[in-house]
Design a protein around this ligand. Structure first.
Ligand SMILES: [Zn+2]
Length: 132
């Protein structure tokens, strides 16, 4: 079996709900997403790198320079006020690296045989969702 790795990144703000510590405040990260797909090659290629790079970049671009908000985590009046002037991306999960790795895994598994997705929220810390 062969494994292909590619990566993309996005800059975004978030905060953690139900968390006591610095991360309960709005702050930003450069989220780095490393995708690994596996398979057997046809004519020497598992998948064209240009295609997987483009698909991963599209998913990352959706979040780039936005404020990522867990659904129902802001009071309605606060959400509405922020939503007037900023690009908010609402997700149905707590905005942890773990949940983002599962999110990217699920999205990319619609098209590829994904082995794992690693999401780095700092250069030293990453969460990895691995194919069962
Ligand atoms: Zn954070």
């Amino acid at each position: 079996m062969y494994v292909l790795d590619t990566e993309a990144s996005f800059d975004a703000a978030h905060f953690l709900t139900n968390y006591e510590g610095k991360c309960k405040n709005i702050h930003g990260h450069r989220w780095r997403v490393v995708l690994s797909i596996c398979g057997d090659p046809i004519n020497g290629m598992v998948v064209d790198f240009n295609i997987i790079k483009k698909d991963l970049k599209e998913l990352c671009d959706y979040f780039d320079h936005t404020f990522i908000v867990e659904k129902d985590s802001l009071r309605k009046e606060v959400f509405d006020l922020l939503n007037e002037d900023f690009v908010l991306r609402v997700v149905p999960f707590r905005t942890t690296a773990e949940n983002f790795s599962k999110y990217f895994y699920d999205e990319l598994s619609k098209k590829y045989k994904v082995l794992e997705v690693c999401v780095y929220e700092t250069p030293n810390n990453c969460a990895r969702y691995v194919c069962k």
